[in-house]
Design a protein around this ligand. Sequence first.
Ligand code: B12
Length: 236
Amino acid sequence: MPLPSLPAAGFLNDAGLNRQHVFNLADLPADLVAPLTPAAHERQLILFGHAGRRLWECVQAEGIRTDHPIDEYSVRTVESWLAQTLPTARARFVFPQHSQHIGLQRLGTIAGWHHPSPFMVGIDAVWGSWFAYRVVILTDTALPASLPVDNGYPCAHCADKPCITACPAHALAGGTFNLKACNTGRLAADSACALGCSARRACPVGAEHRYEDSQIRHSAAGSLAMIRRYQDPAAD
Ligand code: B12
C-alpha cells in the first residue's frame, strides 16, 4: 500500500525539499512541542527536509545574494506550496526562525529519518548523512499523519568506521562524540576541517548524494561562525 504523501508533494520534491512528514501535535512528546507554544487552532506540525543535491542546485539557480540563501529559498518554497495547495490553511513558520528551540533530530527520529552517526549528524542507509531539516510549520490542517520512513541504520553494520579515523581532531576516538575536541580542531589555525567535516566526507554511505563542495563549504562556514560566537559571545 503506498504511504500517504502530502498533497502536491511532487512540487516540493522537484524543488529539492524532498522529505516531508506530517505529525499530529497531540502525538508528539509534550517537551518537544512546548517550546513552540502552539495556539489552540494549531493541530499539526509539518517537517520539510532536503536529501541529496537537488536543493543546492535550485538555490544556485535562483542566485545566491544573501548570507542565508538555503533558509530563504526553503521558506519561499513552502510558502508557494501552501498558497497553491492549502490556500485556506493557517500556517506559522517555527523553523528556521527559532532554530535553537526545536529538537530537529528528535523530530527526525520519530519520522524514521534520523539515526545518530558517530559524528552526530543523522544518517540512514540511502542518503548517508547528506540530508538536513529545512522548515517546520504549525498548521490548523487535518492532513493524514505520515507513517515513519526508516531506510535503516548503516553504522550498525559498518566494521571499518572510516569516519572515526578520518577525524583530524580525534573527536570520535573515545567511543562517544567529543564536541569540544571537534570545535577546537575546527578553530585551529591550520585546521583541515574548518570548512568541511572530514569524518562526514569519509563515510561511504550514500556517497552519490554527497553535497557539492560549494554547499559543504557554505554550510560549514555557518556552523564555524556559530562555534566562534559560542567561544567569544562579544564577537558579533
Ligand atoms: C547547535 C547546533 C550545532 C552546534 C553544536 C551541536 C550541539 N548539540 O551542541 C555546532 C555549531 C557545533 C553544530 C555543528 C554542525 N551541525 Co548542527 N545544529 C545545531 C542545532 C542548531 C541545535 C542542536 C541542539 O543542540 N539541539 C538541542 C537538543 C536538545 O536537541 P535534540 O535534537 O534533542 O539533540 C540532538 C542533537 O543535539 C544531537 N547532538 C548532540 N551533540 C551534537 C553535536 C553535533 C556536532 C551535532 C551535529 C549534533 C549533536 O544529538 C541529540 C540527540 O539526537 C541543530 C538544529 C536543531 N534545532 O536541532 C543543528 C543540526 C543538529 N546540525 C546539523 C548539521 C548538519 C551540522 C554540521 C554538519 C554543519 C556543518 N556543515 O558544518 C556540523 C556538524 C559538526 C561536525 N560533526 O562536523 C544538522 C544535522 C542534520 C542531520 N542530518 O542530522 C541540524 C539538525 C540542523 C539542520 N537544519 O538540519 N551544530
